[in-house]
Design a protein around this ligand. Sequence first.
Ligand code: FES
Length: 172
Amino acid sequence: MKKISRDKLGTSVLDNIISKYHGLPGGVLGIIEEAQELNKRKYLPEETLEYIAKKSGVPLAQIYSVVTFYSFFNLKPQGEHTVVVCRGTACHTRGSKDLLEFLKTLLNITEPQEDESIPLTTGDGRFTMRTVACIGQCALAPVIIIDGKVYSHMTLERLRKVINSIREKAKT
Ligand code: FES
């Protein structure tokens, strides 16, 4: 049997998830969603997808097409904290590009980002930074979501304070 590394789900956990959704409509989606949710780094390692394909009888190509269709599935490990910068038109005109660049500085992300829709994770695994086209809160632009909490009318100074406070909490 293939060895599963520590940040990946064990086969017994996956077996339970697969049996839970067996025969249900949309079962594959449920299996993949739960497998990601239970993964400590909130992603779907290749081995996990291969195991799900083998045990559920769903072709691996079909599983990959589901995973790549929905933007909430991750194929790479995610940071402990997620910062989502809205890059829609309303947020853009109110300074979201500056917020995005400032966030990279705050998180010490130096690698060039040719496509800003591709998430970046800090080397220490603490933060993942991603963008979104619009979250439907345009009147509150610019908007940033940090660990699921929506921050409206975001400013550079406020962003710095929120990131610093997350770092401070981690020290205590
Ligand atoms: S453009 Fe940012 S919330 Fe709509």
